[in-house]
Design a protein around this ligand. Structure first.
Ligand SMILES: Nc1ncnc2c1ncn2[C@@H]1O[C@H](COP(=O)(O)OP(=O)(O)OP(=O)(O)O)[C@@H](O)[C@H]1O
Ligand SMILES: [Mg+2]
Length: 447
């Protein structure tokens, strides 16, 4: 089996690392386009852009690739799976029409409404005038209640504004639709949405369009600063632990959201194949679907894949061939954490070129720790330099979330460069809830 992974971030490093566990040492069996200096340790990198669909298809045909796995959303929204299938190439990712579950929030919300999937109340607006009118409708709660404004299209995490007041909502409409927050017409349409309250969780699964395999539920941290302050990022950390989604809640999510989503996708002829990521809000009235993504999250992938005990290539192959029936995934029975180390200036203007110290020896001396590279490059002398906003994802498993986090931060403490920053509160949700409720922050880090 010869596998091609598309992408270059920490998520793709984790995918390549997980695939490598069952491929032996032969680098030529695992390729990554475009890959990165970190990924080059486990795969052969090919200098082709992730959205250069026809060049990638030419390459996969010429190299007789038996399975292509797509890390991020942009190639899928650009029709990579359609082009590969047209040329008889095997790909584990949804076609463009199904990728709209992520690439158009209006499409996703109308899909949820059509298939009775519990979600926040919403309206789709095609003009700022219409959006402003919608904003003041009573169904989004009283005039002083928060409201959410979302760009319809892909916006790399910058297209969602949770506005505390209607005035802030009006400003968000102007900024989104005026093009000052997101580029490329992503906000020609917006979705106005009721603001939900609760705890968030992400439930990911593989599906071949009929059968599915659930992954351990994860929780990410989007804001750059501790206690969820500062601007949004691609993700500063993620954990998996039993408390993220207890068994009873998970059963309810499966019944009310997962299965109706897969049945709805079938009924609509989407033939969804690949990884489906369901963003959830666990409210007092039950779980609500916030959003779909059509691929792994980054850094959720890192935290999830270190727990996988089955052959990842076999799972993706079954997904691509529609043979997931009877395939099982085994997971380690513990918790995991990924802490992202970022460069000075991230997310606005990250600095590149700083020398990273302390990476040597971690793999040998801390066997439970994996360091996934998101934005690094090799210095002339073989050392590592920063080359992106998110630089490294330090990832561990542990019998409990507490032990996973302790080990993770021990490893983080050995790494340094000029301008390195990270959140010290990954996995610490309990403290924040207690503070919000006016109580003292309890010790401990379980949810
Ligand atoms: N209806 C809502 N009520 C409250 N908060 C919300 C709502 N919708 C979104 N949010 C908040 O905004 C965040 C981003 O929303 P959403 O997941 O729809 O956007 P996204 O840009 O597609 O995110 P991602 O980068 O994770 O794919 C959510 O994780 C949640 O914290
Ligand atoms: Mg999304």
């Amino acid at each position: 089996m010869k596998i091609l992974v598309i992408g270059s971030g920490g998520r793709e490093h984790a995918l390549c690392w997980a695939l490598r566990q069952n491929l032996g040492d032969d680098l030529s069996l695992l390729l990554c386009a475009p890959g990165s200096a970190g990924i080059a340790e486990v795969a052969r990198c090919v200098p082709l852009g992730a959205t250069d669909v026809s060049a990638l298809a030419d390459f996969a045909a010429a190299e007789k690739i038996s399975l292509t796995i797509v890390g991020s959303e942009a190639p899928l929204a650009a029709g990579l799976a359609d082009e590969f299938e047209r040329r008889g190439l095997v790909v584990a990712g949804p076609r463009r029409v199904a990728a709209q579950l992520e690439s158009s929030k209006a499409f996703a919300k109308e899909f949820m409404r059509r298939h009775n999937i519990p979600t926040a109340r919403f309206h789709v607006a095609d003009s700022a005038l219409e959006a402003r009118k919608m904003l003041h409708r009573g169904e989004f709660g009283p005039a002083d209640a928060p409201v959410v404004v979302k760009a319809d299209g892909l916006a790399a995490g910058k297209g969602v504004v949770v506005a505390r007041t209607r005035a802030e909502g009006e400003r968000a409409i102007e900024e989104l639709m005026g093009g000052s927050l997101v580029a490329g017409g992503a906000a020609r349409r917006v979705v106005i949405e009721e603001a939900l309250e609760g705890r968030e969780a992400s439930l990911l699964l593989w599906t071949d369009g009929r059968d599915y395999i659930l992954m351990p539920a994860a929780r990410d941290h989007k804001r750059v600063g501790e206690n969820d302050t500062g601007p949004n990022t691609g993700g500063m950390g993620a954990i998996t632990a039993p408390d993220v989604l207890d068994e009873e809640s998970k059963a309810r999510v499966v019944r009310e959201i997962v299965e109706p989503t897969l049945e709805g996708a079938r009924a609509d002829g989407l033939e969804f194949r690949g990884v489906l990521f369901i963003g959830l809000m666990l409210t007092a009235d039950g779980p609500r679907a916030l959003e779909y993504n059509v691929r792994f999250g980054d850094p959720e992938a890192q935290a999830i894949l270190v727990r996988l005990r089955s052959n990842l290539a076999d799972i993706f192959e079954a997904v691509a061939h529609g043979r997931l029936d009877g395939v099982r995934a085994k997971w380690s029975n513990d918790a995991s954490a990924c802490v992202v180390l970022a460069a000075r200036g991230y997310p606005e203007r990250p600095e590149a070129g700083a020398r990273i110290e302390g990476l040597e020896g971690i793999a040998e001396q801390m066997p439970g720790v994996r360091i996934f590279h998101a934005g690094t490059t090799r210095a002339k002398d073989g050392g590592w330099l920063t080359a992106g906003g998110r630089v490294l994802g330090v990832t561990t498993t542990g019998a409990t979330l507490e032990t996973a986090l302790r080990q993770c931060y021990d490893a983080v403490g050995r790494v340094r460069w000029d301008g390195m920053h990270y959140r010290r509160d990954i996995g610490q949700f309990a403290n924040r809830f207690a503070e919000a409720a006016g109580g003292g922050a309890p010790r401990g880090i379980q949810e």
